[in-house]
Write a new protein. Structure first.
Length: 298
């Protein structure tokens, strides 16, 4: 018996030790920290959004975020002010309320309770200086209540930029050679026209490369950020006047009787006028009837 008691006591002590170890492994602070991670500015930012000084690479940086906020309108104003503060600008914003459901409940003879369930959202596109992209994203993170996703891209376009510059130089040299050939050797009108067309095409190609490089440089200097803001569904209730049915707008019985008499009189007049318009036919019919009665019967 003593041996059994000792074994039971030993098993109980081992169980208590294991439970205490499990409790030590569980850290409520860590769980809370993980749940708040999606709204922490340090989790929203990325090294891809940071402009490195003295770097030879040319990066086009873009960011796309979708997140829930407490109030879309207030967050929109806060984001727009932050963008303006750091030298950026808004290129697109679409603030709208989408009605999910609408219920009308009649609460009295002349009153109706209108219940509207709707969701407010806003899609925003902003351009910000590439040196301020990380700062802007951290500023936006202050508005986030729950983050759906965050995508930040840094595309290296150094080689593409260089390829456009080299192509532009080749086009310029070739155009100069054609132009010199036209001035020195061009005699026949057809040869001159063909050479002029070739020269125009080469200049156009050179201009296109210049425009492409300007576009790349603009995208390098100003990063594009696309935001999708939304909030919890909202319910609005409003008491409005009830819509009257068709019987409410009908006149009383006396007016209906007078209108009926007028309508009957109009119909009677129309019938008399119709009969009068047929008087020749009626006259011929009466004449025929009298002739029949007087002569044919005899």
């Amino acid at each position: 018996m003593k041996t059994i008691a000792k074994l039971g006591l030993t098993s109980l002590m081992i169980t208590l030790i294991l439970l205490s170890c499990k409790k030590a492994d569980y850290n409520p602070a860590e769980t809370t920290s993980d749940s708040k991670m999606l709204s922490d500015s340090t989790a929203i930012s990325s090294s891809a959004a940071v402009e490195k000084k003295d770097s030879k690479q040319k990066f086009i940086r873009t960011a796309e975020l979708k997140f829930k906020v407490k109030n879309v309108v207030k967050s929109t104003y806060a984001i727009e002010n932050a963008v303006q503060k750091f030298g950026g600008f808004v290129t697109y914003t679409n603030l709208q309320s989408n009605i999910i459901d609408q219920i009308k409940t009649k609460i009295s003879q002349d009153s109706t309770l209108e219940t509207t369930k709707y969701a407010v959202e806003n899609n925003i596109t902003i351009r910000v200086p590439n040196t301020q992209l990380d700062t802007i994203i951290k500023s936006i993170a202050k508005q986030i209540d729950f983050l759906d996703f965050r995508i930040i891209k840094a595309d290296d376009v150094s080689l593409k930029f260089l390829a456009n510059e080299l192509s532009q130089k080749r086009s310029t040299v070739s155009a100069q050679r054609v132009e010199n050939a036209i001035d020195s050797k061009g005699k026949k009108i057809n040869d001159i026209i063909d050479a002029e067309n070739t020269l125009a095409n080469q200049k156009e190609a050179s201009d296109n490369r210049t425009i492409a490089n300007l576009s790349l440089q603009d995208q390098i200097n100003f990063s594009t950020v696309t935001l999708q803001l939304y909030q919890n569904e909202t319910i609005k209730q409003e008491i409005i006047a009830s819509e009257k049915d068709s019987t409410y707008y009908k006149p009383n019985l006396g007016i209906q009787i007078i209108d009926a008499l007028k309508s009957g009189l109009n119909i009677l007049q129309a019938i008399l006028i119709f009969i009068l318009n047929l008087w020749p036919i009626i006259l011929i019919g009466l004449g025929g009837f009298f002739l029949y009665k007087r002569y044919l019967k005899k």
